[in-house]
Design a binder for this molecule. Structure first.
Ligand code: MG
Ligand code: MG
Length: 268
């Protein structure tokens, strides 16, 4: 992945601007998603909002990815391609990942939505996955090591809650490139890896499976699926490393406020 680029305060503010648009997109999705809708509809709405803000969808055209959003339903872990055909159903969980490129910087965040009555065991997966993201963020402060972030996520999701953490896909640095060094695995050893320094901007994004950790890629070359076909959840924030507390540049509060107003989505 190459060298780590530390950002100035000014550059971090630009990443925040990109993340702000990502957060608006995900809040828009949170307000409109419902059973009967197709991924294509939310994808078009997302692209329009991004372009209205002067941004460009980070994912569209990235290694040939055809859409603005990754829309990953149930056993799809990440990188699902939104379609015109597949309608969301009552009881589905839908992970929506969005990246925005604006002012020469990317922003990246993701959220998993629960449509209608979702099985309590799956609701618990969503809660634990989201909480594992915040366990990782708690460790993302200057002076700690990257492995402390990874360890905190794995400790909570895998050791304490017995879910499967995906190994093949990881978080990443964020900046002029969508995926910069360092890689940010969701598993690892406490006290290992590079020391976290102020100005490092990373996307932390646990992908947690209800069953086993193993995944495979579908024939479309993109969609990552659990091998045991059990559901998977994904939450992501872009954060900047600071002295005492990570500065979370993306925002889930608008998403969660919109969910409370949407009778078709269950709050976690
Ligand atoms: Mg993402
Ligand atoms: Mg990411």
């Amino acid at each position: 992945m190459g060298m780590i680029f530390y950002k100035t305060d000014e550059e971090i503010e630009l990443v925040r601007q990109s993340c702000l648009v990502v957060s608006k997109v995900l809040a828009l999705v949170a307000g409109m998603i419902r059973p009967g809708l197709t991924g294509d509809v939310i994808d078009k709405a997302a692209e329009t909002l991004i372009r209205d803000h002067g941004g460009v969808p980070s994912f569209k055209g990235y290694n040939g990815f055809p859409a603005t959003l990754c829309v990953s339903v149930n056993e799809c872990v990440v990188h699902g391609i939104p379609t015109k055909e597949q309608e969301f159903k009552e009881g589905d969980i839908v992970s929506v990942d969005c990246g925005v490129f604006l002012n020469n910087f990317h922003g990246d965040a993701a959220y998993t939505f629960a449509l209608g009555q979702v099985d309590p065991s799956v609701m618990r997966l969503l809660k634990v996955t989201r909480d594992s993201l915040y366990k990782g963020i708690e460790q993302a402060v200057a002076g700690k090591r990257l492995g402390d972030v990874s360890f905190a996520i794995q400790q909570y999701a895998e050791r304490e809650n017995r879910y499967g953490i995906v190994r093949e896909l990881v978080g990443h640095g964020v900046g002029h490139d969508l995926h910069e060094a360092p890689e940010v695995p969701n598993y690892g050893k406490r006290g290992s890896g590079p020391i976290l320094k102020e100005g490092l901007v990373i996307a932390i994004e646990p992908m947690v499976n209800l069953g086993k950790k193993d995944v495979k890629t579908a024939r479309d070359g993109w969609t990552v699926l659990t091998r045991d076909k059990r559901p998977s959840a994904h939450y992501e924030h872009t954060v900047a490393i600071r002295k005492d507390k990570a500065d979370v540049l993306s925002d889930h509060t608008g998403i969660e406020a919109a969910i409370l107003q949407n009778p078709n989505v269950q709050a976690i």
